[in-house]
Each structure stands twice: as structure tokens, then as C-alpha cells.
Design a protein around this ligand. Structure first.
Ligand code: 13P
Length: 340
């Protein structure tokens, strides 16, 4: 393990008021998003869409790193240039999703366990040789009647920690992503309680597995009320609850917290991240940035619709959301930017 290189990469991923672009949808997830917009679900359309993203002019002004998927990291532009080279040449650090998905957990109805540890050491070696500098693994925790269970939280936290240790051995910075889902009518207080429990368990497992905290990035959910909860807190209340929870359970050694969007609309995700930085940046031990997929990509995807003629307009929409989120990392996002 090259400790210094890991620390430098982790810092670079969250530096300068910029964040990460998640473009690591698995083929089934990417196809689902295409199907919803009537876009053909083929390897070529997925490639064309990812080419649109990686060739967006000026993306590196707001994005430090991009998370790729196994199919994507092997793909090339129309002119034959590998995507990974396009990113590196633009000054964007390439990373790779390495879990193989959240599967139904035996004995735990309604809960999932993320798989992918078998053979991971060999896969990490290959990705590292291809030029990846960081990796991602997502665990999923649902809130509902009687869940999450201790069994689900502990199994997912253990897997995250084993993955993180293998990444550091391969000199890849692990993005550790335990996502507490928004689905349900639970209150924000319940999300807060579950998020803290999950993060406590994850950091305990990271400690047991000897993961170097200075060389990871945490990718958590924001603390939010359930999507169908009648009471929806304000932007400032969400920012307060989220940072308060993180301060209780995330060690100061961690260089950065890069939030997932989890299905929030793009503007709200920007406003909430902005409020966290506007209110807490001077007191926060970690950089508070974004690692959004939907909250950055969705408008671009809706404009593109699979048509070559729409590429430029889609790239402008992607650039715009990325810029808004970079402004939010600095506490300088304003809703007026949306109409500019
Ligand atoms: P969303 O921002 O769409 O939640 O995706 C982030 C991500 O990478 C999920 O693993």
C-alpha cells in the first residue's frame, strides 16, 4: 500500500470546490433510464451516451473525478480514443464501480446485501492497470417496518470494509457508500437515527479491517424525510440534520464526504449541499462535495433522447448542473443560477 499516493488521490478527489460525477450505472440501471425515455437499450447507445458525457467541454471546471462501470471503462470514443484517456487528458481522475450489485439478503425479507468480494483482488489489479485511481462500492439500507435489521447493517458494513481494505492494497482510493434509501414515509428523525447507526457500524468495521481513513472518501445519503412523509423539512433543516449526524459519527481523519443524490431533484440536491457549505464549511473537518448521478445527468439525458442532433444541448445541460453543484461546494449556489 502506498499510503502517500492514496492520501493525495483522496484529497484530489474532493479539492477545489469540485466533486465527483457518478456515471457508473450498471447496464440494467442504464437500460431502465433509457427505456423510460424511449431510448434504445444497446451497447452502442450506452457508449454514445457516455461519449457525450466524457467529451462535455469544460466539465473539469466542476468535476474532479468520474466513476465508470466495467463496460464503460473498456469503451472508446467514435474516433477510437479510450474514454479513460479522454478523462485523464481533461484532468478528471477515473474511478470504477466494483460491486456487482445489491441482492436480496437471505433470511431478511425486504433487505439487500451487496455482493462482489469474490475475485475482487484480481479485478482491482486489472482496473488499476487500466488507469483507474479510485473505486466505488454501494451498500443499500432500506427503512421500513422492523428494518433495517442488525444483520443487514452489519453484513453490509463488513463487506464495505473488506472491499475498502482490498482497494487500498491495490492503491485505489475506496469510495465507501452506505446508502440509506429515501423510499418510505419515515420521518427525518428516523433517517437521522438509521444513518448514524449505519455510519457508526461502517466506521467500526473499517477500523477492524485496518483501513486507513485518510485514504477513503465517504459517500453517504443526506439526512432526509422519507419521500412520502407528510412533513418535508426545509433546505436549512436538512443541512443542519445532515451535518449534525455526520459530526457525531464520521472521524475527522476522513478527507471528504461526497453525497449521493438518491433520487432528489437536481435543484434541491444543489440547494441542500449549498446550505451545508454556507452554514458549516468553516467548521467542517471534511470537504462536503457531491458524487451525484441522477441529480447531474437527468436533464442532459432527457434532452439527448438518443439523438445525435441533441448532443450539444445535452452537454450544456450537464455542464450547467455540474457548475451549480460546484458552486454548492463553495456555498455560492443561488437559485437564480438556474434561470441564467
Ligand atoms: P444518485 O446520485 O443517482 O443517487 O447516484 C449516485 C450513485 O452513485 C449511486 O451509487
Amino acid at each position: 500500500m502506498n499510503t502517500q499516493a492514496l492520501i493525495e488521490t483522496a484529497r484530489a478527489m474532493v479539492a477545489g470546490g469540485k466533486g465527483l460525477l457518478a456515471m457508473d450505472e450498471s447496464n440494467p440501471t442504464c437500460n431502465k433510464r433509457f427505456a423510460a425515455l424511449g431510448i434504445p437499450q444497446t451497447e452502442e447507445t450506452r457508449r454514445a451516451y457516455r461519449e457525450l458525457i466524457v467529451t462535455t467541454p469544460g466539465l473539469a471546471e466542476s468535476i474532479n473525478g468520474a466513476i465508470l462501470y466495467d463496460e464503460t471503462i473498456r469503451q472508446r470514443k467514435d474516433d477510437g480514443t479510450p474514454f479513460i484517456k479522454v478523462l485523464i487528458d481533461a484532468g478528471i481522475i477515473p474511478g470504477i464501480k466494483v460491486d456487482i450489485g445489491a441482492k436480496d439478503m437471505a433470511g431478511h425479507p425486504g433487505e439487500k446485501i451487496t455482493e462482489g468480494l469474490d475475485g475482487l483482488r484480481e479485478r482491482l489489479k486489472e482496473y488499476s492497470q487500466m488507469g483507474a485511481r479510485f473505486a466505488k462500492w454501494r451498500a443499500v439500507i432500506a427503512i421500513g417496518a422492523g428494518i433495517p435489521s442488525r444483520g443487514c447493517i452489519e453484513a453490509n458494513a463488513h463487506a464495505l470494509a473488506r472491499y475498502a481494505a482490498l482497494c487500498q492494497e491495490a492503491c485505489l482510493v475506496p469510495i465507501v457508500e452506505p446508502e440509506v434509501l429515501m423510499d418510505g414515509e419515515h420521518t427525518m428523525a428516523r433517517c437521522c437515527e438509521v444513518t448514524e447507526k449505519v455510519l457508526q457500524t461502517v466506521f467500526n468495521q473499517l477500523y477492524i479491517q485496518r483501513v486507513m481513513l485518510e485514504g477513503i472518501i465517504l459517500k453517504p445519503n443526506m439526512v432526509l424525510p422519507g419521500l412520502t412523509c407528510p412533513r418535508q423539512e426545509t433546505v436549512d433543516e436538512v443541512a443542519n440534520a445532515t451535518v449534525k449526524s455526520l459530526l457525531r459519527v464520521v472521524p475527522a481523519a476522513v478527507p471528504g464526504v461526497a453525497f449521493l443524490s438518491g433520487g432528489q431533484c437536481g435543484k434541491l440536491a444543489s440547494a441542500r449541499l449549498n446550505a451545508m457549505n454556507a452554514r458549516f464549511k468553516s467548521r467542517s473537518p471534511w470537504a462536503l462535495v457531491f458524487s451525484f448521478a441522477r441529480a447531474i445527468q437527468q436533464p442532459a439525458l432527457e434532452i439527448w433522447k438518443g439523438e445525435a442532433d441533441n448532443v450539444t444541448a445535452a452537454q450544456q445541460a450537464l455542464y450547467h448542473r455540474a457548475s451549480c453543484n460546484s458552486a454548492a461546494c463553495r456555498g455560492e449556489y443561488e437559485t437564480s443560477m438556474e434561470s441564467a
